[in-house]
Design a protein around this ligand. Structure first.
Ligand SMILES: [Ca+2]
Ligand SMILES: [Ca+2]
Length: 471
């Protein structure tokens, strides 16, 4: 659904832009041949992995039709046609007719690798896509960071004059510099003003298309990248239905395994569908980042819930040409879980996993840096009414004693077997999980630190939670 809506929005926008870009590209076409001759011609470009744009660049004519994958299409959109092929390659033909009965047909085989493509011939700049994958997203920030401050030829023409960062194929003169992956620096200058700088970041946001394909292997022993919640367990009163606010930070490195020569990092944070609403995740670069002061950093953040995807994309990079060493938090995050949703779930404890995925770190040369990625962070919401934390005897399903406990505690169910037991620390981390299948159980807590714990049990078909003090 979101893909459809997004595609539609983009297509409408692109149609308008490309109608204008037709006139822009038609300037390059030779003038009308004399004496009633005519010549059909067109060019094409891939707008995305699945969408093509055709530009009719024929000599003046009165009518035309396209034949794509064997089917004829008449479109009144004069010079521009958007098309989603069912297969590649396929043959595309354009036929034109003039009032004085000149008729001409021009055909091309359309393929991703075709050398006839407009953007193969011109190596188009797609504003916001700095790494050449036809998508603008958080990973494109890394190249802007690497090229920050460099200058080169500005773009002389834009498909739409007053919108230099519109998602459309831009022709541009090559710059002298290339990234380590052979991307010309003209692609890093998203707004085409001849300088790679802060203003180029907005094109990423304006033209955002998420990546789902990047595989980022975790290297055991390499500096870790992780998400940690300040308050992973929140006790919540279901009579209020207030939203629940979690605070988290994204960390790179630790004191005994710091990062070295880090220039930029891009990643995404995946969360379960249905717990957050658009705008309920917010983030800011930390003031004491190992990457440096926020003034000397560029960042991109994008809440994909706006595209109905439960994911939050982030990237941050240095403007300086050097890398940074150290460890610590690079982003502060606020994560609001909807109280209505938690109330609707009607669970004594609801736990959600939030995972970092698709991490990419680069050094000032643009080489990737190895990292390790830990287990997802878990947040737990204890529904104080259902969890029955205040009066353990209230629903008489199960008794827990002694509480506070020292070395062990007993569980005694009244009517049904205790099937499963889980022990969480106060941070919501699960310490133990044990199958019991009995009315009674003794649980050894020898060696656990003093403090607050949560005991979650499945008794019969019901879950119940007890607050446990160990002292
Ligand atoms: Ca890209
Ligand atoms: Ca620029």
């Amino acid at each position: 659904m979101y893909n459809g809506l997004l595609a539609m929005t983009n297509l409408i926008r692109s149609s308008l832009l490309l109608l204008i870009s037709l006139f822009w590209s038609i300037h390059a076409v030779s003038a009308t041949p004399p004496g009633g001759t005519c010549k059909a011609d067109f060019s094409f470009a891939f707008l995305s992995d699945t969408t093509l744009i055709f530009f009719n660049t024929s000599t003046p004519h009165n009518s035309h039709f396209w034949t794509l994958e064997g089917s004829s299409l008449y479109n009144n959109n004069n010079g521009v046609l958007l098309y989603e092929p069912t297969t590649l390659p396929f043959e595309a033909c354009l036929t034109i007719e003039t009032a004085d009965a000149c008729r001409d047909t021009f055909c091309l085989m359309i393929d991703r690798e075709s050398t006839d493509a407009f953007c193969v011939q011109n190596e188009c700049v797609w504003p916001g896509d700095t790494n050449g994958d036809w998508k603008a997203n958080q990973f494109d920030l890394l190249n802007i960071g690497l090229g920050y401050g460099k200058m080169g030829p500005p773009r002389e023409e834009f498909p739409i004059e007053d919108d230099p960062t519109a998602w459309a194929p831009n022709t541009s003169t090559d710059w002298d510099d290339f990234t380590i992956n052979s991307i010309n620096y003209k692609h890093l200058d998203c707004d085409g003003d001849g300088t790679i700088g802060d203003e180029d970041v907005q094109a990423i946001i304006d033209n955002y298309r998420p990546d789902f394909s990047l595989v980022t292997p975790s290297t055991p022993g390499a500096p870790p990248v992780f998400l940690a919640f300040t308050n992973p367990v929140v006790e919540w009163d279901n009579t209020s239905n207030e939203d629940i606010v979690f605070q988290a930070q994204v960390f790179v490195g630790t004191s005994d395994n710091p990062i070295t020569n880090l220039h930029g990092i891009a990643l995404d944070i995946s969360h379960p569908a249905g717990i957050a609403e658009v705008g309920s995740i917010t983030s800011n670069p930390t003031d004491d980042s190992p990457l440096g002061s926020p003034d000397n950093l560029l960042n991109v953040k994008y809440d994909l819930l706006t595209q109905e995807i439960p994911r939050y994309d982030l990237a941050i990079t240095r403007k300086a040409a050097s890398g940074a060493d150290g460890f610590g938090a690079i982003f502060d995050l606020n994560f609001i879980v909807s109280g209505d949703i938690i109330g609707g779930l009607n669970e004594p404890i609801t736990a959600f996993e939030i995972a970092l995925e698709r991490v990419r770190m680069v050094n000032p040369e643009g080489d990737t840096i190895a990292f390790s990625i830990g287990a997802p962070a878990t947040i737990s919401i204890v529904n104080s009414k259902l969890a029955n934390t205040d009066d353990p005897t209230d629903d008489a399903q199960v008794k827990l004693f002694p509480n506070p406990a020292k070395e062990a505690f007993e569980l005694q169910a009244v009517e049904q077997d205790i099937r499963l037991l889980e022990l969480f620390d106060s941070q919501g981390r699960r310490l133990r999980s044990r199958v019991i299948e009995a009315r009674r159980a003794s649980v050894d807590v020898h060696g656990l630190q003093k403090g607050l714990y949560w005991v979650r049990m499945q008794v019969g078909d019901k879950w119940t939670v007890r607050r446990l003090i160990i002292n």
